[in-house]
Design a protein around this ligand. Sequence first.
Ligand code: ZN
Ligand code: ZN
Ligand code: ZN
Length: 369
Amino acid sequence: VTTLSSTTIEARCSALVAQMRDDAIDRLVVGPGSDLRYLTGYDAPALERPTLLVVDVERPPLLLLPELEVLRARAHLAPGVVELHPYREGADPFEVLARARPVAPGRTIALGDQLWSAFALALQERAPGGRWVAGSPVMAGLRSRKDPTEIAALAAVGAAIDHVHAQVASHLVPGRSEREVARVLDGLIRTTHDAVSFVIVAAGPNAASPHHEPGERLLERGDAVVVDIGGTLDGYCSDMTRTYHLGPPSARFAAAYDALEQAQAAATAAVVPGATTGDIDAAARTILTDAGLGPAFVHRTGHGIGLDTHEAPWIVEGGTTVLEPGMTFSIEPGFYLEGLTGARIEDIVAVTASGVRPLNLRPRALEVV
Ligand code: ZN
Ligand code: ZN
Ligand code: ZN
């Protein structure tokens, strides 16, 4: 659990308020989750007793929370910036909030993406005549431009997952099931991260399913094995894919993989401030399309990463978001041939002042085991 300094909380909350003023938003409410962690450093439990951060443009940020969690919140939260507003067990938290921070009718209230709908409905009931908007545009704008501390955290967790991938090949033994391999990788991730986020081991025809759940299939010679793994370290996420091959690949697979490697390299080379997310997607997609693999590339080229594994910016076909220094995202083209095979190469990159900095450094060539 990382605790942000008072200075950082202050800076992030005032950047938020400035953005809210620009967007004519009077209040933002976020629940437990990555928005709350980003703004305050507090990793609150997401339970039926609401914990809500209420940011009004005219007043200091307020954290509504159950009285029994005050000591926990104080342990996480640097003092001085966020006003703690506990409610007693049995009290109606939304009534308590309405009294502490009444909202005039006609105000624009933004709600965080991860706020439970039950809480959103209760808030709406207490503020009739409010104009309700999504909080994601304002939060995504702030969170997608990482500061140097966040880039350092992503580089550290990137190195941690590189270290796990360096050991994967030795565990891909014919006769072992995907699930057995996944269990081993789970343990390896734990040794270098605080927690495991996900483990995908997809062998043979299962490699055609990008989010395959590891199962009973036994690894066989001749399989491509897609290994996509991620965890968290100091709150920040890793997400990295390499494709391994048990024994030499067919000429057809080798040619397709070659195009994939070129596509991934071209998309990475296209990363520069001022380029759009659509430019990055096109750099990868054009190469795969020219190789006849366009229809087999069934997903976007990448996604932002930070406190969440998947967050803005989205590296999509036709995307218009302009890249800025500090943005971090995955570049993960793939090809998926149902019933046959598949492959993906995924690294995290950061946009620098003049170009790109890869945060995963393992070789990208097909690793023949
Ligand atoms: Zn994915
Ligand atoms: Zn990813
Ligand atoms: Zn991934």
